[in-house]
Design a protein around this ligand. Structure first.
Ligand code: NDP
Length: 289
Protein backbone atom coordinates (compact mmCIF):
# COMPACT_ATOMS: atom_id res chain seq x y z
CA UNK A 1 0.00 0.00 0.00
CA UNK A 2 1.28 3.48 -0.79
CA UNK A 3 0.46 7.03 0.26
CA UNK A 4 0.13 8.61 3.67
CA UNK A 5 -1.49 6.47 6.37
CA UNK A 6 -5.07 7.31 7.38
CA UNK A 7 -5.15 9.77 10.26
CA UNK A 8 -6.83 9.05 13.62
CA UNK A 9 -6.45 10.44 17.10
CA UNK A 10 -7.87 11.29 20.50
CA UNK A 11 -9.02 14.78 21.50
CA UNK A 12 -9.00 15.55 25.23
CA UNK A 13 -7.74 17.98 27.83
CA UNK A 14 -5.45 17.04 29.42
CA UNK A 15 -4.45 14.14 27.21
CA UNK A 16 -0.69 13.83 27.71
CA UNK A 17 -0.87 10.49 29.50
CA UNK A 18 -3.46 8.93 27.22
CA UNK A 19 -2.96 5.21 26.62
CA UNK A 20 -5.00 5.30 23.40
CA UNK A 21 -2.05 5.89 20.98
CA UNK A 22 -0.33 2.82 22.47
CA UNK A 23 -3.49 0.70 22.26
CA UNK A 24 -4.41 1.71 18.69
CA UNK A 25 -0.77 1.39 17.62
CA UNK A 26 -0.85 -2.28 18.67
CA UNK A 27 -4.26 -2.84 17.05
CA UNK A 28 -2.99 -1.33 13.75
CA UNK A 29 0.20 -3.40 13.80
CA UNK A 30 -1.65 -6.64 14.60
CA UNK A 31 -4.30 -6.14 11.91
CA UNK A 32 -1.95 -4.71 9.27
CA UNK A 33 -3.85 -1.41 8.97
CA UNK A 34 -2.04 1.58 7.44
CA UNK A 35 -2.98 4.29 9.91
CA UNK A 36 -1.52 6.75 12.35
CA UNK A 37 -3.03 7.69 15.71
CA UNK A 38 -1.97 10.52 18.01
CA UNK A 39 -3.17 12.43 21.06
CA UNK A 40 -4.26 16.04 20.61
CA UNK A 41 -4.52 18.34 23.64
CA UNK A 42 -7.55 20.47 22.78
CA UNK A 43 -9.14 22.93 25.21
CA UNK A 44 -12.93 23.18 25.45
CA UNK A 45 -13.29 26.51 23.60
CA UNK A 46 -11.23 25.16 20.68
CA UNK A 47 -12.89 21.75 20.44
CA UNK A 48 -15.41 22.28 17.62
CA UNK A 49 -13.04 24.25 15.37
CA UNK A 50 -10.15 21.82 15.88
CA UNK A 51 -12.32 18.77 15.25
CA UNK A 52 -13.77 20.30 12.06
CA UNK A 53 -10.24 21.21 10.91
CA UNK A 54 -9.04 17.65 11.60
CA UNK A 55 -11.74 16.14 9.40
CA UNK A 56 -11.47 18.86 6.73
CA UNK A 57 -7.77 17.99 6.41
CA UNK A 58 -8.69 14.37 5.66
CA UNK A 59 -8.70 12.89 9.19
CA UNK A 60 -10.73 9.66 9.33
CA UNK A 61 -11.68 9.24 12.97
CA UNK A 62 -11.36 10.55 16.52
CA UNK A 63 -11.78 9.25 20.00
CA UNK A 64 -13.24 11.89 22.28
CA UNK A 65 -12.44 12.00 25.96
CA UNK A 66 -12.94 14.41 28.85
CA UNK A 67 -14.13 17.11 28.72
CA UNK A 68 -15.48 16.95 25.14
CA UNK A 69 -17.90 13.98 25.06
CA UNK A 70 -21.00 16.19 25.23
CA UNK A 71 -19.71 18.78 22.74
CA UNK A 72 -19.00 15.97 20.28
CA UNK A 73 -22.72 15.17 20.14
CA UNK A 74 -23.34 18.51 18.44
CA UNK A 75 -20.52 17.98 15.98
CA UNK A 76 -21.82 14.72 14.53
CA UNK A 77 -24.15 14.80 11.52
CA UNK A 78 -25.56 11.43 12.56
CA UNK A 79 -25.64 9.65 15.94
CA UNK A 80 -25.84 5.93 16.68
CA UNK A 81 -28.66 4.76 18.94
CA UNK A 82 -26.24 4.12 21.80
CA UNK A 83 -24.73 7.62 21.49
CA UNK A 84 -28.20 9.15 21.40
CA UNK A 85 -29.17 7.22 24.54
CA UNK A 86 -25.94 8.09 26.32
CA UNK A 87 -26.15 11.73 25.16
CA UNK A 88 -22.39 11.51 24.80
CA UNK A 89 -19.97 10.62 21.98
CA UNK A 90 -16.58 8.98 22.43
CA UNK A 91 -16.00 8.03 18.78
CA UNK A 92 -16.31 10.13 15.62
CA UNK A 93 -15.89 8.61 12.17
CA UNK A 94 -15.89 10.39 8.83
CA UNK A 95 -17.80 8.72 6.00
CA UNK A 96 -17.45 10.92 2.93
CA UNK A 97 -18.58 14.38 4.02
CA UNK A 98 -20.56 13.03 6.95
CA UNK A 99 -19.30 12.70 10.53
CA UNK A 100 -20.92 9.92 12.55
CA UNK A 101 -20.91 9.87 16.35
CA UNK A 102 -21.00 6.74 18.50
CA UNK A 103 -20.44 5.71 22.09
CA UNK A 104 -18.43 2.55 22.72
CA UNK A 105 -18.02 2.89 26.51
CA UNK A 106 -20.98 0.68 27.42
CA UNK A 107 -20.10 -2.14 25.06
CA UNK A 108 -16.49 -1.85 26.27
CA UNK A 109 -17.54 -2.45 29.88
CA UNK A 110 -19.90 -5.28 28.99
CA UNK A 111 -17.22 -7.05 26.89
CA UNK A 112 -14.61 -6.70 29.64
CA UNK A 113 -17.03 -8.17 32.19
CA UNK A 114 -18.24 -10.94 29.88
CA UNK A 115 -15.17 -11.93 27.86
CA UNK A 116 -12.23 -11.08 30.13
CA UNK A 117 -13.72 -11.52 33.61
CA UNK A 118 -16.30 -14.19 32.64
CA UNK A 119 -19.01 -12.42 34.62
CA UNK A 120 -22.62 -13.17 33.62
CA UNK A 121 -24.80 -10.05 33.93
CA UNK A 122 -28.21 -11.64 33.25
CA UNK A 123 -30.09 -12.47 36.44
CA UNK A 124 -27.58 -10.77 38.75
CA UNK A 125 -28.03 -7.92 41.24
CA UNK A 126 -26.03 -4.90 40.13
CA UNK A 127 -25.22 -1.64 41.88
CA UNK A 128 -23.76 1.32 39.97
CA UNK A 129 -22.18 4.12 42.00
CA UNK A 130 -22.39 7.54 40.34
CA UNK A 131 -24.81 9.13 37.91
CA UNK A 132 -22.54 11.07 35.57
CA UNK A 133 -21.60 10.64 31.92
CA UNK A 134 -19.96 7.23 32.37
CA UNK A 135 -23.06 5.78 34.04
CA UNK A 136 -25.20 7.20 31.23
CA UNK A 137 -22.94 5.41 28.73
CA UNK A 138 -23.04 1.98 30.41
CA UNK A 139 -26.65 1.82 31.65
CA UNK A 140 -28.30 0.85 28.34
CA UNK A 141 -25.93 -2.03 27.48
CA UNK A 142 -26.17 -3.37 31.07
CA UNK A 143 -29.99 -3.20 31.19
CA UNK A 144 -30.22 -4.94 27.80
CA UNK A 145 -28.64 -8.00 29.41
CA UNK A 146 -31.54 -8.27 31.90
CA UNK A 147 -29.96 -8.13 35.34
CA UNK A 148 -32.26 -9.28 38.19
CA UNK A 149 -32.03 -5.78 39.71
CA UNK A 150 -30.07 -2.64 38.95
CA UNK A 151 -29.68 0.19 41.45
CA UNK A 152 -27.91 3.49 40.83
CA UNK A 153 -26.57 5.18 43.97
CA UNK A 154 -25.38 8.77 43.78
CA UNK A 155 -24.35 11.58 46.11
CA UNK A 156 -26.93 13.78 44.39
CA UNK A 157 -29.96 11.46 44.59
CA UNK A 158 -32.00 13.41 42.04
CA UNK A 159 -29.44 12.67 39.31
CA UNK A 160 -29.68 8.92 40.00
CA UNK A 161 -33.48 9.04 39.95
CA UNK A 162 -33.47 11.04 36.70
CA UNK A 163 -31.16 8.49 35.04
CA UNK A 164 -33.36 5.57 36.11
CA UNK A 165 -36.35 7.39 34.59
CA UNK A 166 -34.49 8.25 31.37
CA UNK A 167 -33.56 4.59 30.80
CA UNK A 168 -36.90 3.06 31.79
CA UNK A 169 -37.47 1.89 28.20
CA UNK A 170 -34.30 -0.27 28.40
CA UNK A 171 -35.29 -1.96 31.68
CA UNK A 172 -36.09 -1.30 35.32
CA UNK A 173 -33.58 0.45 37.54
CA UNK A 174 -33.80 2.42 40.76
CA UNK A 175 -32.09 5.67 41.74
CA UNK A 176 -30.94 5.94 45.37
CA UNK A 177 -28.74 7.83 47.78
CA UNK A 178 -25.79 5.93 49.30
CA UNK A 179 -27.63 5.71 52.65
CA UNK A 180 -30.50 3.80 51.00
CA UNK A 181 -28.34 1.08 49.45
CA UNK A 182 -29.35 -1.44 52.13
CA UNK A 183 -27.48 -4.32 53.71
CA UNK A 184 -27.92 -7.12 51.17
CA UNK A 185 -24.74 -7.86 49.21
CA UNK A 186 -24.77 -7.26 45.42
CA UNK A 187 -23.31 -9.60 42.79
CA UNK A 188 -21.58 -6.73 40.96
CA UNK A 189 -20.72 -3.21 42.12
CA UNK A 190 -19.49 -0.77 39.46
CA UNK A 191 -17.82 2.40 40.71
CA UNK A 192 -18.63 4.98 38.03
CA UNK A 193 -18.01 7.96 40.31
CA UNK A 194 -14.92 10.09 39.78
CA UNK A 195 -14.04 9.68 43.49
CA UNK A 196 -11.01 7.51 42.68
CA UNK A 197 -9.44 10.41 40.78
CA UNK A 198 -8.96 12.16 44.13
CA UNK A 199 -8.23 8.96 46.06
CA UNK A 200 -11.67 8.96 47.70
CA UNK A 201 -14.13 6.11 48.27
CA UNK A 202 -17.88 6.61 47.79
CA UNK A 203 -19.74 6.30 51.14
CA UNK A 204 -21.06 2.79 50.47
CA UNK A 205 -22.13 0.55 53.37
CA UNK A 206 -19.69 -2.38 53.75
CA UNK A 207 -22.62 -4.79 53.82
CA UNK A 208 -23.20 -4.16 50.09
CA UNK A 209 -20.08 -6.28 49.52
CA UNK A 210 -20.19 -10.01 50.20
CA UNK A 211 -17.71 -12.84 49.53
CA UNK A 212 -19.28 -13.40 46.07
CA UNK A 213 -19.32 -9.71 45.03
CA UNK A 214 -17.28 -8.58 42.03
CA UNK A 215 -16.22 -4.92 42.33
CA UNK A 216 -15.28 -2.94 39.23
CA UNK A 217 -13.80 0.57 39.26
CA UNK A 218 -14.14 2.38 35.92
CA UNK A 219 -11.07 4.41 36.93
CA UNK A 220 -7.63 2.87 36.43
CA UNK A 221 -4.03 3.73 37.16
CA UNK A 222 -0.58 2.39 37.80
CA UNK A 223 -1.71 0.94 41.11
CA UNK A 224 -4.94 -0.21 42.70
CA UNK A 225 -7.48 2.60 42.96
CA UNK A 226 -8.81 3.60 46.40
CA UNK A 227 -12.08 1.78 45.62
CA UNK A 228 -10.34 -1.42 44.50
CA UNK A 229 -8.18 -1.44 47.65
CA UNK A 230 -11.19 -0.78 49.88
CA UNK A 231 -13.35 -3.43 48.18
CA UNK A 232 -10.62 -6.02 48.64
CA UNK A 233 -10.35 -5.10 52.34
CA UNK A 234 -14.12 -5.74 52.62
CA UNK A 235 -13.61 -9.32 51.43
CA UNK A 236 -15.09 -9.16 47.90
CA UNK A 237 -14.54 -12.04 45.47
CA UNK A 238 -12.60 -9.87 43.04
CA UNK A 239 -11.90 -6.17 42.49
CA UNK A 240 -10.55 -4.78 39.23
CA UNK A 241 -9.89 -1.44 37.58
CA UNK A 242 -11.30 -0.12 34.28
CA UNK A 243 -8.24 -0.85 32.14
CA UNK A 244 -10.05 -3.71 30.43
CA UNK A 245 -12.98 -1.42 29.60
CA UNK A 246 -10.53 1.09 28.13
CA UNK A 247 -9.08 -1.54 25.80
CA UNK A 248 -12.48 -2.97 24.82
CA UNK A 249 -14.05 0.42 24.05
CA UNK A 250 -10.96 1.19 21.94
CA UNK A 251 -11.38 -2.11 20.07
CA UNK A 252 -14.99 -1.22 19.24
CA UNK A 253 -13.89 2.23 17.97
CA UNK A 254 -11.21 0.55 15.85
CA UNK A 255 -13.85 -1.78 14.41
CA UNK A 256 -16.13 1.16 13.57
CA UNK A 257 -13.28 2.89 11.74
CA UNK A 258 -11.57 0.01 9.97
CA UNK A 259 -14.19 -2.79 9.83
CA UNK A 260 -11.67 -5.14 11.47
CA UNK A 261 -12.03 -6.41 15.04
CA UNK A 262 -8.64 -6.50 16.82
CA UNK A 263 -7.69 -9.06 19.45
CA UNK A 264 -7.54 -7.45 22.89
CA UNK A 265 -6.14 -9.94 25.43
CA UNK A 266 -2.46 -9.37 24.65
CA UNK A 267 -2.97 -5.58 24.46
CA UNK A 268 -4.43 -5.61 27.95
CA UNK A 269 -1.55 -7.81 29.11
CA UNK A 270 0.97 -5.40 27.51
CA UNK A 271 -0.66 -2.44 29.27
CA UNK A 272 -0.54 -4.24 32.59
CA UNK A 273 3.11 -5.07 32.03
CA UNK A 274 3.83 -1.45 31.05
CA UNK A 275 2.15 -0.27 34.25
CA UNK A 276 4.36 -2.60 36.24
CA UNK A 277 3.04 -6.10 36.89
CA UNK A 278 -0.57 -5.23 37.70
CA UNK A 279 -2.52 -2.23 36.58
CA UNK A 280 -4.69 -2.95 39.57
CA UNK A 281 -2.01 -2.23 41.68
CA UNK A 282 0.61 2.86 42.43
CA UNK A 283 0.40 6.25 42.08
CA UNK A 284 -1.69 8.21 39.62
CA UNK A 285 -5.23 7.31 38.66
CA UNK A 286 -6.30 8.33 35.19
CA UNK A 287 -9.44 9.94 33.90
CA UNK A 288 -8.31 9.78 30.30
CA UNK A 289 -8.65 7.45 27.38
P1 NDP B 1 -18.82 12.77 35.73
O1 NDP B 1 -18.08 13.99 36.17
O2 NDP B 1 -19.81 12.87 34.63
O3 NDP B 1 -19.62 12.15 37.00
C1 NDP B 1 -18.96 11.99 38.23
C2 NDP B 1 -19.86 11.21 39.19
O4 NDP B 1 -19.07 10.92 40.35
C3 NDP B 1 -21.09 11.97 39.67
O5 NDP B 1 -22.14 11.04 39.83
C4 NDP B 1 -20.64 12.53 41.03
O6 NDP B 1 -21.71 12.70 41.95
C5 NDP B 1 -19.76 11.40 41.52
N1 NDP B 1 -18.72 11.80 42.48
C6 NDP B 1 -17.67 12.61 42.27
N2 NDP B 1 -16.88 12.67 43.38
C7 NDP B 1 -17.46 11.87 44.30
C8 NDP B 1 -17.13 11.51 45.64
N3 NDP B 1 -16.04 11.98 46.24
N4 NDP B 1 -17.93 10.64 46.30
C9 NDP B 1 -19.04 10.13 45.68
N5 NDP B 1 -19.42 10.45 44.42
C10 NDP B 1 -18.63 11.30 43.74
O7 NDP B 1 -17.69 11.68 35.41
P2 NDP B 1 -17.77 10.45 34.38
O8 NDP B 1 -19.09 9.79 34.61
O9 NDP B 1 -17.44 10.91 33.01
O10 NDP B 1 -16.56 9.52 34.84
C11 NDP B 1 -16.65 8.73 36.03
C12 NDP B 1 -15.42 7.83 36.13
O11 NDP B 1 -15.42 6.87 35.08
C13 NDP B 1 -14.09 8.56 36.04
O12 NDP B 1 -13.22 7.99 37.00
C14 NDP B 1 -13.60 8.22 34.63
O13 NDP B 1 -12.20 8.23 34.54
C15 NDP B 1 -14.14 6.80 34.48
N6 NDP B 1 -14.27 6.34 33.08
C16 NDP B 1 -13.54 5.26 32.67
C17 NDP B 1 -13.64 4.77 31.38
C18 NDP B 1 -12.83 3.57 30.97
O14 NDP B 1 -12.71 3.31 29.76
N7 NDP B 1 -12.29 2.79 31.89
C19 NDP B 1 -14.53 5.41 30.39
C20 NDP B 1 -15.29 6.53 30.93
C21 NDP B 1 -15.14 6.98 32.22
P3 NDP B 1 -22.67 14.01 41.91
O15 NDP B 1 -23.67 13.75 40.81
O16 NDP B 1 -23.30 14.02 43.25
O17 NDP B 1 -21.77 15.18 41.66
Amino acid sequence: MSGAPDQYGVFGHPVGHSLSPFIHGLFARDTGQQMSYRAYDVSAPDFVARARAFFAAGGRGLNITLPHKLAAVGLAHQLSERATRAAAVNTLARHGDEIRGDNTDGVGLVRDLRDNLHFVISGRRILILGAGGATRGVLGPLLELAPAALAIANRTVERAAALAADFAACGASEGLGFAQVGKVAFDLIINATSASLSGEIPPLPKEAIGPHTVCYDLAYGRSATAFVTWARSCGCARAVSGLGMLVEQAAESFYLWRGVRPQTAHVLAALRERAGASAEGASSVSSRS
